[in-house]
Design a protein around this ligand. Sequence first.
Ligand code: ARG
Length: 506
Amino acid sequence: GTGYLTEVSHSLNGNALSTLHSASDASFNPMVSSNNQRQTPEGSIGLKRRIGLMSGASLIVGTMIGSGIFVSPKGVLQRSGSVGMSLLVWTGCGLLSLLGALCYAELGTMITKSGAEYSYLLEAFGPIPAYLFSWVSVFVLKPSMLAIICLSFGEYVVGPLSVGCSPDPLLVKLVTILAIGIITFINCFSVQLATQIQNICTVAKLSAVAIIVVGGAVKLSQGHIQHFNKGFEGTSSSFSDIATAFYSGLWAYDGWNNLNYITEELVNPFVNLPRAIYFGIPLVTVCYVLINISYLTVMSTTEVLASEAVAMTWASRVLGVMAFLMPLTIAISTFGAGNGTDFTTGRLTFVAAREGHLVGILSYVHIRRFTPSPALITNAILAICMIIPGNIGSLIDFFSFTAWLFYGATMTALVVLRWKKKDIARPYKVPLVVPFVVMAISAYLVLAPIIQQPQIEYLYALLFIVSGLILYVPFVHYKLELRIMDKITVFLQLLLEVTPTSPITS
Ligand code: ARG
């Protein structure tokens, strides 16, 4: 059959599943266990299918639109060198995200386990690449995403309050930590609450987008086209500049793969996953390109380059006394993106731990709330560690480099599975050139900066990825168990009221 996939989905009984990770078996606490048997019939503890099409689309749109579009236009313009090229880069990033997401639609409807890249790499290449992905994601990528997003939240909340002086960095960090705390609480508290907040934030940010687009259209119609006259003059001819311009833009588009992390919680994933992708990503692309046109209608390139936060300068020009609305909506927008990021990260951690690639407790779920709270709390702690030294720019470059390394690898997984698993049903099938195109572009994005301007950070990133093997060999491959871990697990299980899960049933 289809190997572990069928094995997992057929073992509806909680005990059968807990043998999948022996640590949980040994530490399964009778008190907690009898408790949950009273509350719910055996086998039904786990994440539930609760996300519909609208919430799914809002998870994509709402995590894609975060801080990036309000901050990155400067980076894209600087690195691409001209107005024309920057608009092309923004469009290109959208197209690339769409192509990538179409491949993920095939993968996600064929392998309906949550965890996106993790589950696909596991199916195509076996445990080691999947493990390395979860290692880098859980310990670096995902917490640094949450950190970047919440830092922007902090800046936009503290900024308007500190009139006339630059915002106090300590205060910004405190507000950031507060935001991470609140987001984590919401996500541990209830899936419904988290999705409702996600939906509200998405509506709020789409209104902000609409304001910027309409404001720009009004100015354009008044004949402010002088900044577009230069077209492609000054376009950078360096390959690595264009690649890093893409890095800035792609950060704003990141999140196009978010729904794939929670396929197990999606109602009717075969239909809703592709639909949410078809709807969400073109919508975001159109918004981003129009927003950039609006920025450039109101500001010259020099002004965009001089502005730390383009959207704010834009607002003070166009909105006048209502300019205070802008930081408010950006704060809501980043909060929503942070919430969506945290939501999906919890699931990735959960799936990798369920497979035995991370400490067992990370796959436990709250006995009444059905949320993966240990995974969420771990993510929060790591994110807080990252904001303490935090410099956003370098975080973003490192992020895009590593992320595209794995997106490229996932494209390879799609191609390999076409041939290795010919007979699996594929409710959605992407034309085979698409993964090849995305693969080529991601290879370019990863290699061009390394070749043209080697920076030691890229080497560190690679070393970090490989260093995951040091833990893999003893703990995953040889299944080494530390006595103390059982004690810790039991303690945490009682403290957090969590239990091992049974697999998702529809
Ligand atoms: N695109 C978002 C922004 O501009 C960041 C998305 C973070 N990525 C993710 N997979 N959650 O702020």
